[in-house]
Design a protein around this ligand. Structure first.
Ligand code: TXA
Ligand code: MG
Length: 325
């Protein structure tokens, strides 16, 4: 675990060039990076995470990298979205030119590209000056990491270098947007919301998985973000039932915590609380940190969904449902 400076960046470059992995901070969550041109390095990501081999990776670029080296057919709306939101927590899926190794996209003819805004991510990507394939730096299915310590906790000694850039400010993974069609389509919700995209692009669809249909973003079909303790999830309207379950746990001698936003916490009396914060951005920023704290201190996390369900909360609810539902 090293701070980002000349010495750690030069070590990072050496490690990547030798086909091994470097964890690095972004404004959303920490990533586990490999040289996207190196087949065996990319397969090492899947092995190290225990990631299913049909769940493709995002390629990370510094802001001056010429993306036309990697992808084709960038529509006008995507150029407008790039100007509005990049660098930032928006991943864009384009037609691939096949320049990076096929395992990055699991053989799909598309490539997901992301230009993160975190200054440490930009410094790292600029220094190595190659496309870095990186999923979130957690063991597959576990809660995504928002600190260097979280990455260490998942992998212990298995990753040679973790670049430490402090706590990620965004807290949930980037919005994944399919830019291969006439209208952009959100495949995974995040901090850049569907409304924000529609305001720039004119319209924006949202992908809803239907039974039997081929999955457009393979990551969506897997269980995810799960803390290593029992969980339950209640709608805001059912928050008193959550409190009842909490009391039942107490009676059984199980240590439960209620995870909720500050407005809901006000109704929970003296219950032990994992506080998600006051507004939607705070809730997103705190979600994974509180899930990881919860699995350390609690036998059971009883989550209560926030009253507000739009905007950034769409992405929060998607994670909360997969983690605790
Ligand atoms: O914020 C983030 O996006 C973080 C940081 C590290 O950048 N990365 C991240 O990666 O969340 P990961 O691997 O945990 O999630 C990548 C998502 C998956 O849902 C995957 O299915 C989707 O992106 N994806 C990747 N390539 C795709 C493609 N060619 N077409 C459709 N979906 C794709
Ligand atoms: Mg992930």
């Amino acid at each position: 675990m090293l701070p980002v400076d000349g010495r750690s960046l030069s070590l990072a470059k050496k490690i990547l060039s030798e086909g091994r992995l470097v964890a690095f901070p972004t404004e959303t969550v920490y990533g586990l990076g490999a040289d996207a041109f190196n087949d065996s390095a990319v397969s090492l990501i899947y092995r190290t995470k225990g990631r299913p081999s049909d769940n493709p990776l995002i390629v990370h670029l510094h802001k001056d990298y010429d993306i036309s080296r990697l992808v084709d057919g960038i529509p006008d709306y995507a150029r407008a979205l790039s100007a509005a939101f990049l660098p930032g927590p928006l991943t864009m899926v384009y037609k691939s030119r096949g320049a990076v190794c096929p395992a990055v996209s699991c053989g799909l003819d598309t490539l997901a590209v992301r230009i993160p805004s975190h200054p440490c991510a930009q410094a790292f990507l600029k220094y190595v000056d190659i496309p870095v394939a990186a999923p979130s730096a957690n063991i597959s299915k576990h809660v995504s990491p928002v600190t260097a310590g979280h990455v260490y906790d998942d992998f212990k000694g298995k990753i040679e270098l973790i670049l430490d850039g402090g706590k990620c400010s965004g807290g949930i993974e980037s919005t994944v947007l399919d830019c291969t069609g006439k209208v952009p389509c959100v495949l995974r919700s995040g901090l850049v919301t569907r409304d924000m995209i529609a305001q720039v692009a004119g319209e924006c669809d949202e992908y809803i998985m239907k039974d039997g249909e081929r999955v457009r973003s393979p990551g969506m079909k897997y269980k995810h973000y799960s803390p290593r303790c029992k969980t339950a999830l209640f709608a805001y309207a059912d928050r008193m039932q959550a409190l009842r379950l909490y009391r039942e746990c107490d009676c059984r001698g199980e240590r439960a915590y209620i995870m909720c936003d500050r407005q809901t916490a006000a109704d929970m009396g003296d219950a032990r609380i994992l506080d998600l914060g006051g507004d939607e951005r705070e809730v997103a920023a705190n979600l994974y940190d509180r899930l990881r704290e919860g699995e350390r201190v609690a036998d059971m996390i009883i989550a209560v969904a926030p009253l507000k369900q739009d905007g950034v909360m769409v992405g929060v609810m998607n994670r909360l449902t997969k983690a605790c539902g």
